[in-house]
Design a protein around this ligand. Structure first.
Ligand SMILES: [Zn+2]
Length: 246
């Protein structure tokens, strides 16, 4: 009888958590958003789901993907000195500048009680705004005017804070109609005025650079809330002051 051979039992390969392949940082962030049931559209802020050190890791991931896009566009990023560091510059620009309003938390804003019980129309603007359209990721450059009718319970915020909140909302891929509503919601919560009015006028570069190539088109949007909706005189006063803007 032939000798019986026993096949060697497979030795289990044990790997520690650190050795297991980790999902890409964008995947981890997305998983957290999905499990929390949170929307992550282009103009949503997702900073609460980005943990320490992940902002830099996300920038590195975008850079690697952008490098692939350049290669797919058959651009020689090795010999062409102009494009050697384009992927790196582009990723940095998206994450830390032009789309920073998606990845960084809301700027701290100090609110002051309305001790003098100010209740007169106050207009802030024009504030310069820069954004990009969600459809083409082309720049949007424009101006915003904010009208506030405070009451004695309103909180007052400094002028520069209006600009910082505005920048935070606009530094995302945006749709102008949604941007003014997001800005209104933010200011309504912060200032709690009797009336709030916002007018945004902007130039969409996707209209100049591509498509119809129409150089004269500007888009204007407005949001009126509270007293600005109910009181036509107040609305007229705000709009007349804003149209005398130039
Ligand atoms: Zn567009």
């Amino acid at each position: 009888m032939p000798a019986q051979t026993t096949s060697p039992r497979p030795i289990p390969i044990l790997r520690t958590d650190a050795e297991l392949p980790r999902p890409a940082v964008s995947e981890r962030i997305r998983d957290r958003l999905v499990s929390a049931g949170c929307r992550y559209h282009a103009n949503d802020n997702i900073s609460a789901f980005i943990f320490d050190g992940e902002h830099e890791a996300l920038q590195a991931e975008v850079q690697a993907k952008m490098q692939e896009v350049l290669e797919t566009l058959v651009i020689d990023t090795v010999s062409d000195h102009n494009t050697v560091e384009t992927a790196q510059r582009y990723a940095k620009m998206l994450l830390t500048e032009v789309f920073s309003g998606r990845y960084l938390p809301k700027p701290g804003v100090t609110e002051f009680p309305n001790v003098s019980h100010l209740n007169e129309l106050m207009i802030v603007g024009p504030l310069k705004v820069r954004s990009a359209c969600s459809h083409h990721l082309c720049p949007i450059v424009g101006r915003v005017w904010i009208g506030v009718l405070p009451n004695e319970h309103s909180s007052l915020i400094g002028l520069s804070k209006y600009a910082r909140i505005c920048e935070w909302i606009l530094s995302r891929p945006q749709i102008q109609e949604e941007a003014v509503i997001m800005l209104a919601n933010e200011l309504q919560t912060l200032v709690k005025p009797d009336g709030l009015a916002i007018v945004m006028e902007a130039d969409h570069l996707c209209m100049h650079w591509r498509g119809v190539k129409d150089d004269g088109s500007m888009m204007t949007n407005s949001v009126m809330r509270g007293a600005f909706l109910k009181d036509p005189d107040l609305r007229r006063e705000f709009l007349s002051l804003v149209t005398k803007k130039d």
